[in-house]
Design a protein around this ligand. Structure first.
Ligand SMILES: Nc1ncnc2c1ncn2[C@@H]1O[C@H](COP(=O)(O)OP(=O)(O)OP(=O)(O)O)[C@@H](O)[C@H]1O
Ligand SMILES: [Mg+2]
Length: 160
């Protein structure tokens, strides 16, 4: 697993990092977002949606719907597992039908349901450093996520 740590010194920087990742997303990519309340997961997701070409008005917080489908230059599914009890509830939402259906997945609170994670994924962990700064740790599991991480942050690591 390749991993990388960086700092986003402002909300704008977090959004811009998301936007840059969104431009690179391909069908089948799975990005899990981890971090405490207010860490910046949704702001980052908005940036990703923008980068993926999703029209402004489509993006909202999926907290109540569990999964929000967006259409940009590819389908993008924005999920939030915060309110989920367990993996059975996740099955009921149709989440697993979306994984591998030709879109990209962006999943907040993915650590709430460990079974949600596929074999290959990009794991992004947000940590609050101060009022306006966040630490972002990116870990790639699998060949494609490793390539995505490299293209996103200009990093070339070895894949394990
Ligand atoms: N560097 C930063 N990056 C991201 N957000 C920041 C940063 N600095 C301050 N913030 C603020 O932190 C908040 C992040 O909110 P956001 O909804 O993205 O968090 P979240 O991780 O999705 O939380 P939740 O788990 O409650 O959904 C925003 O109000 C944003 O303005
Ligand atoms: Mg959120």
């Amino acid at each position: 697993m390749a991993d990388l740590t960086l700092e986003a010194a402002s909300p704008d920087e977090t959004f811009a990092l998301g936007e840059r990742l969104g431009r690179l997303l391909e069908p089948g990519d799975f990005v899990g977002l981890i971090g405490e309340l207010g860490a910046g997961k949704t702001l980052f997701a908005r940036g990703v949606a923008r980068g993926a070409g999703v029209p402004e008005g489509q993006v909202s917080s999926p907290s109540f719907a569990i999964v929000n489908p967006y259409q940009g230059r590819l389908p993008l599914y924005h999920a939030d597992l915060y309110r989920l009890g367990d993996v059975d509830e996740l099955y009921a939402t149709g989440f697993f039908d979306l994984v591998g259906s030709g879109g990209a997945m962006l999943v907040e609170w993915v650590d709430k349901v460990p079974e949600a994670v596929p074999a290959s994924w990009l794991c992004l962990t947000f940590e609050v450093l101060g009022d306006s700064s966040r630490r972002l740790r990116a870990g790639a599991v699998g060949a494609r996520p490793n390539e995505l991480l490299g293209d996103w942050l200009g990093y070339r690591g070895t894949q394990r």
